[in-house]
Design a protein around this ligand. Structure first.
Ligand code: SAM
Length: 270
């Protein structure tokens, strides 16, 4: 039997590139060939495929849609942590929430929530500072990270930016086999509604929001995809709604109806 390749050929990598782009909108640069090989090799072995080309044939066979989902999930980068990019949370608490209508529900969507640290941070902040009824929904294309998010269990190391006061109010410390972990309390977990959603899909049934977090995901998309998503998001923002992108992202070069208020903070102007 020939030795199993550890890297797809350039030709096979091109096939994966197109697949990942079509299904997720993620643009894999040429330099990601090694990363792709590294992330998929264990799956190639697991299904006993005869290399990456064979694995590609397998996952693109409609009978094997479960393995396709596994492969696509391995192509996403899910890095996140509590109160990431704190300036957004400060701005929310100091400039947005004091001015909202206390008689109307304030609705927030975390649109690429990964394992939940972002929407739980939002929920903690709302619970402390929001004078109106509020709701948080959170979505991601990757169902495995959503399952993690619903459990709400996090390794202590990854909660460094979580203020002590919030940790004490909204989390419980793990003991025994959960030593070194903490769990978001059920009262708060119940307030965040997680669902699977691909940002390439039709957004029209999702409803309307006052604030959308779409952070650290558009970096993986090309301009065409970013334009589609930004146009969609402005359709589901309420009048004067806010959009938070990452401080390492920009809407520069895209057509939109947002006014830049501060770095990475936009308000819809119709
Ligand atoms: C780096 S994480 C960002 C998490 C969080 N927003 C933050 O800033 O910490 C990017 C997330 O985007 C998700 N993602 C990638 N492509 C997506 C798509 N087409 N639709 C929805 N989510 C997607 C990934 O699964 C991943 O969990």
């Amino acid at each position: 039997m020939s030795k199993l390749e550890t890297l797809p050929s350039e030709e096979v990598f091109t096939l994966f590139q197109k697949l990942v782009y079509d299904k997720l909108g993620i643009h894999l640069a040429k330099q990601k060939r090694m990363m792709l090989g590294h992330r998929l090799l264990k799956r190639v072995k697991h299904i006993q495929a005869n290399g990456f080309s064979d694995y590609f044939r397998f996952i693109t066979n409609p009978k094997n849609s479960v393995e396709l989902e596994v492969a696509l999930e391995l192509m996403t980068t899910n890095e996140t942590f509590f109160f990431r990019e704190e300036k957004h949370f400060e701005y929310m608490a100091q400039n947005i929430l004091p001015k909202i209508n206390p008689n109307r529900e304030y609705k927030v969507w975390s649109a690429a929530s990964s394992s939940g640290e972002e929407p739980y941070s939002i929920a903690m902040l709302l619970n402390e500072h929001c004078c109106a009824p509020w709701s948080v929904v959170a979505s991601d294309v990757n169902k495995s990270v959503l399952a993690h998010a619903r459990k709400g269990i996090y390794i202590d190391d990854r909660t460094k930016l979580l203020p002590k006061k919030y940790r004490e109010t909204y989390c419980v410390k793990g003991t025994g086999e959960f030593e070194g972990y903490m769990r978001v309390k059920p009262e708060l977990r119940k307030r965040v509604n997680f669902f699977a959603f691909n940002l390439l899909d039709n957004i029209s049934n999702l409803g309307h929001f006052d604030l959308i977090f779409i952070r650290n995901v558009m970096i993986y998309f090309d301009d065409k995809t970013r334009q589609k998503i930004i146009s969609d998001l402005q359709q589901c923002l309420n009048e004067e709604g806010h959009l938070f992108i990452s401080h390492s992202e920009t809407l520069h070069g895209l057509e939109h109806s947002f006014e830049l208020i501060k770095p990475a903070i936009y308000r819809l102007v119709r």
